[in-house]
Design a protein around this ligand. Structure first.
Ligand SMILES: Cc1ncc(COP(=O)(O)O)c(C=O)c1O
Length: 426
């Protein structure tokens, strides 16, 4: 590879205004290039101290007294911080449960609210859990409803016209991923919401692949409902709790189908009749994991510090560098682009397609193949997903990862890989 690309990467890293954040993450092997932060974000170093303090002081010393000191309001306090990342009001967001559970709660609430309409619209680029939850709601609770899954013409993106013709006055709910997990295709929420609202339906956006990577303006785009995961770009840690957003004017009318005591108006009255809280807390169900909530706060603070526009600006520069190297170096090695080329239509990961993607991906990860350990991930049938996480991905990471891809394909080093059929997580 021409060294001018390496010089370019070094120069870009030197003038990167977010470079100081890289040192704030746990140090891995110098030789390891991590490009899977869109799946599991890296661990911030201060998470260790925060968790130590939570264990020793908050739990160990203060014991149950910590519920009144800080724990009881944690779901809301961290939700209020996320509001700063997604352009919403602090009182519209709460952190609780998993993404899947939150989709269930809000989709149920929306279908109940739009009774009389029996169609749900989604698309075939959506994440499996989203579709499974919708299917489950139809199978067990909303038995007259149908799920209409809009097809993608190019297996990468959805045409607005195709979506528009699927949304009718029978549509109760449109549930979509803002950024598609495989291709990185990104909708314009603003444009799509106009279609949805014109038809009188509710929108429920999955922000898992955009929060912390793409600037979000939920209020400006008049988003009704949203959920998102926090263990990807937000670095909350494996299985960290998800968030949910409900636009203020819907708080009164929407119900929480999992009406547990944490969502009650006065949980410690222990009354025999459930009376829902009147604010966003009504979407809580049970006791949260405080260890997980405290760990999550670290990553959110880092993102607020970095600034969402700076994060997007760097994400685009990293993406453009990778796209340039793809055209110059990888296309001739039988790679194809599995993500949109246009910046406005793409989140912060890029999929590279190759007939040998699965074995190439494994070869990248193997320490005894090539010069670096490069960790992206594989999504069937043939995508190597490269996650660009602006707080810690460098331009040199991209340079060396592409160099490694070239080496593995040119020398056919992937032929050394015996795929392990017992390996579930790819
Ligand atoms: C778009 C999207 N939604 C939801 C999830 C996962 O949901 P949960 O955290 O409930 O497992 C993922 C996981 O990768 C995802 O990519």
């Amino acid at each position: 590879m021409s060294n001018s690309y390496l010089h370019f990467a070094i120069a870009q890293d030197a003038k990167d205004e977010l470079r100081k954040f890289r040192a704030e993450f746990f140090k891995t092997d110098e030789n390891l290039i991590y490009l899977d932060g869109n799946s599991l974000g890296k661990m911030p170093l201060s998470t260790i101290d925060v968790l130590k303090n939570t264990l020793e002081k908050e739990w160990g010393e203060n014991l149950i007294r910590s519920w009144n000191k800080s724990w009881y309001t944690k779901n809301r306090a961290i939700g209020a911080k996320i509001a700063g990342l997604i352009g919403a009001k602090p009182e519209e967001i709460i952190v609780a449960d998993s993404t899947s559970i939150n989709i269930y709660k809000l989709a149920f609430a929306a279908l109940q609210y739009r009774q009389g309409r029996t169609a749900i619209v989604s698309d075939e680029l959506n994440f499996s859990t989203d579709l499974y939850v919708l299917q489950g709601l139809i199978a067990h609770q909303f038995k007259n409803h149908q799920l209409n899954i809009v097809a993608s013409a190019d297996a990468m993106s959805i045409q607005l016209d195709d979506l528009a013709s699927a949304i009718t006055h029978h549509t109760a709910l449109v549930q979509l991923s803002h950024v598609a997990f495989k291709s990185g295709f990104m909708y314009s929420i603003d444009e799509v919401n106009k279609l949805i609202h014109h038809a009188g339906a509710l929108d429920l956006w999955d922000l898992s692949h955009s929060v912390g990577a793409v600037p979000l303006e939920l209020n400006r785009w008049n988003v009704s409902l949203a959920i998102g995961c926090t263990y990807k770009y937000l670095n909350g840690g494996p299985g960290s709790p998800a968030f949910l957003y409900v636009r203020k004017d819907l708080h009164e009318d929407l119900i929480n189908p999992v009406s547990g005591w944490f969502g009650a108006a006065k949980p410690f009255n222990f009354s025999l009749e459930y009376e829902a809280a009147s604010d966003i807390s009504k979407f809580l169900s049970g006791t949260p994991s405080i260890l997980a909530l405290n760990a999550l706060e670290v990553g959110i603070d880092m993102h607020l510090n970095a600034g969402k526009q700076n994060i997007r600006a760097k994400s685009l520069l990293l993406s453009q560098f990778l796209l340039h190297l793809f055209h110059q170096k990888l296309r001739k090695l039988n790679f194809e682009l599995g993500s949109p080329e246009v910046d406005e239509n793409r989140g912060s990961h890029i999929s590279l397609k190759h007939p040998e993607a699965r074995r190439i991906c494994e070869a990248l990860i193997q320490p005894d193949i090539g010069n670096h350990v490069v960790i992206p991930d594989f999504r069937s049938p043939d995508n190597i997903r490269i996650g660009l996480t602006p707080l810690y991905t460098s331009f040199q990471d991209i340079y060396y990862a592409v160099e490694e891809l070239e080496l593995i394909v040119k020398e056919k080093l992937y032929e050394k890989i015996q795929l392990d059929s017992n390996q579930v997580v790819t």
